[in-house]
Design a protein around this ligand. Structure first.
Ligand SMILES: [Zn+2]
Length: 174
């Protein structure tokens, strides 16, 4: 997954590495995904608005529940980005297309997910497409940057498990 930054293609990773809530910050502060209060609102916004993470993406990330739909997997992957859980991202990426390892962008904090469109990806489908807009911020105060990742993601079901195969079309963020 590549990120479209609104400006400044320089090496912002170092400068903004400590943005509160960013992957680098979570790592440095030891606030790992499993330390998240299951009653807190799910970063994905919830399939039903405001759902707690323990009833939304949490069990999927923990491997306790298989996502029934491509959208459910997509939401859990967004939440894994928000919580800097590279392992879940790697595990749910199709072996045919996945990179050797998945490290969430270290300097950004993911703040909002909007699912724009869903094509197939249901419990009886073998493929699916989910289009989303994911908003992020980096830096603070005067150095604050905002951006958006807009992607149509493709998913395939393999041996009963939904897997991410890659972007259908990468759409430039606004
Ligand atoms: Zn969720």
């Amino acid at each position: 997954m590549t990120i479209t930054r609104t400006w400044d293609d320089g090496p912002v990773g170092e400068i903004f590495g400590t943005t509160k809530g960013s992957a680098a910050w979570l790592k440095a502060s030891g606030a790992a995904a499993d330390a998240v209060d299951p009653r807190s609102p799910c970063p994905c916004g919830g399939t039903t608005a405001g759902a707690a993470i323990g009833e939304c993406c949490g069990p999927v990330i923990e491997g306790e529940r298989r996502p029934a739909t491509a959208e459910e997997l997509m939401r859990s992957r967004y939440t894994a980005y928000a919580l800097a859980d590279g392992e879940h991202l790697y595990r749910t990426w199709h072996p045919r297309t996945r990179p050797p390892s998945v490290e969430p962008e270290p300097w950004v904090r993911w703040v909002r997910l909007e699912v724009v469109d869903v094509v197939d990806g249901g419990p009886h489908d073998s493929t699916g497409v989910v289009e989303f807009r994911a908003s992020w911020v980096a830096g603070e105060g005067r150095t604050l940057q905002r951006g958006e990742l807009h992607e149509r993601s493709r998913f395939e079901r393999r041996a009963g498990r939904w897997l991410y195969t890659g972007p259908d079309t990468a759409v430039t963020g606004s």
